[in-house]
Ligand binder design. Structure first.
Ligand SMILES: [Zn+2]
Length: 456
């Protein structure tokens, strides 16, 4: 240090003085700063909390009476049959966010613990279900300030009717008309999941009165795929959902029609296709199904997320794998939603939003992530594609102590807090005005979904 020239020494001490002054300045103003710079602008937060939202993706349960047959149509691929797997921290019932939901919905004191807590919660949930009966799902939406919920279910039923609930049907099963035993043998998760798709396809065939699969792939598309979508549309569906990432990587390559027709014809009367043969058929059918969905004005949702399941293919759910399909010019009439934002690869999702027919939602992200982390994602997306980002919760039933109504409340509260943080930051940095911040909040929570689904 002794070799510093006088001028360097001068600069260095000037720097030290400036740094010291800055430190004093921060100390002097820290009290005022703490008051003025709360992470959210309170007026903006109140405005955001007043918006009645449209939930792009959820799994509400039928309000079945006690003793009635349990509701098993809440998902095409329920995960209770796969080997036990770890949940991200915020989804575990021990996270304090669930106590916040239980206090808001059922007035369960956060002071309670042990058996007293569990008994109080179960009693309160049972009482609410008895008291509200068939109105329980609508009550749940009101608690979460959700106006309309897109219900991802195999079938709808009493208590889940429009206008508050809209149907999103499942159609992975249509990609799997051949024997799935080869695919089901790939992982322990697949062993449980593939047979469920085979069962669902049998239900779809039964609904169409198709006893035997047609001999050719073109006939299968004409007499099974297209009529199933039409039946779903006629039954009130506004969209269809692919859970393909639970079954296979999302690399729906440019299809080889010749190969797909050959595989179908070879195995339709029996035999187990090789993995490569089945993939060629699935790649072809994915495009045929989504093209027809677009023709029938059905939005297409695709699960993209790092999890769930101990043998889940995280790399196989990377949003960029969908780019060849999204770049298929024959699919530009179909609107796609990258569901769960592709988390944690939300930058890849952002890259796909440049396509005119691709959207994303924050479902499950607003249950798994803290408001602060989600705010960072929203701020990044909203700076570029504000009309492509939708609110969603992925409300699902985690048993009586973590019911779908609690998940909806957690998702809605977290999303609103995250939006408030992101939009406050953009406002304070001079990127947007207050009225633009309010408009962006309306777009994410409601208007973007209303436009996409054509809801009035
Ligand atoms: Zn879901």
């Amino acid at each position: 240090m002794s070799s510093l020239s006088p001028s360097t020494r001068l600069v260095t001490s000037a720097f030290r003085i400036a740094r010291a002054l800055a430190a004093v300045g921060v100390l002097l103003s820290s009290g005022r700063l703490a008051a003025a710079q709360a992470p959210v602008d309170s007026a903006l937060a109140s405005y955001i909390n007043s918006i009645r939202a449209i939930d792009d993706h959820a799994h509400p349960m039928l309000p079945v009476a006690a003793g009635a047959r349990p509701d098993t149509d809440y998902d095409a691929l329920p995960l209770d049959g796969i080997p036990p797997f770890d949940l991200p921290s915020r989804l575990r019932p021990t996270d304090p966010v669930w106590r916040a939901a239980q206090r808001a919905l059922y007035q369960i004191s956060p002071e309670l613990s042990g058996p007293g807590y569990h008994t109080s919660l179960r009693t309160a949930v049972a009482n609410a279900k008895r008291m509200y009966g068939a109105r329980f799902p609508r009550w749940a939406l009101d608690q979460a300030r959700i106006d309309v919920m897109m219900a991802n279910r195999i079938t709808m039923g009493p208590g889940l009717a429009p206008p508050r609930f809209r149907w999103i049907a499942f159609d992975d099963a249509l990609m799997l008309p051949l024997d799935v035993r080869g695919e089901a043998a790939l992982t322990p998760d697949d062993r449980s999941l593939y047979p469920r798709e085979a069962t669902l396809l049998r239900r779809y065939l039964q609904a169409l009165n198709v006893r035997t699969l047609p001999a050719s792939l073109d006939e299968y598309i004409r007499t099974v795929v297209n009529p199933t979508l039409a039946r779903q549309r006629a039954g009130g569906a506004v969209g269809i959902k692919f859970e393909a990432a639970y079954l296979r990587p999302l690399d729906f390559d440019d299809p080889d029609a010749f190969a797909a027709r050959r595989v179908y014809a070879k195995y339709v009367r029996g035999g187990v296709p090789s993995h490569a043969e089945y993939k060629a058929l699935e790649d072809y059918l994915f495009r045929a199904i989504t093209r027809e969905a677009g023709r029938q004005h059905l939005v297409v949702q695709i699960h993209t997320l790092e999890t769930f399941g101990g043998f889940y293919r995280s790399a196989g759910s990377a949003p960029h794998l969908l780019e060849p399909a999204f770049n298929d010019s024959t699919l530009r009439g179909t609107k796609f939603i990258v569901v769960h934002g592709g988390w944690p690869l939300f930058g890849e999702t952002q890259g796909l939003l440049t396509k005119p027919n691709v959207y994303t939602d924050i479902s499950m992200m607003d249950v798994m992530l803290s408001p602060t982390v989600l705010a960072g994602v929203l701020r990044q997306w909203l700076g570029e594609w504000p009309e492509k980002v939708l609110f969603g919760t992925d409300a699902f039933d985690g048993g009586v102590e973590q019911g779908w109504e609690q998940v909806a409340w957690v998702g809605s509260s977290t999303a609103r807090r995250a939006l408030a943080i992101a939009l406050t930051g953009m406002m304070r940095d001079g990127e947007i005005s207050r009225s633009r911040a309010e408009a962006l909040a309306r777009m994410v929570l409601r208007d973007n979904a209303a436009a996409l689904y054509g809801l009035r």
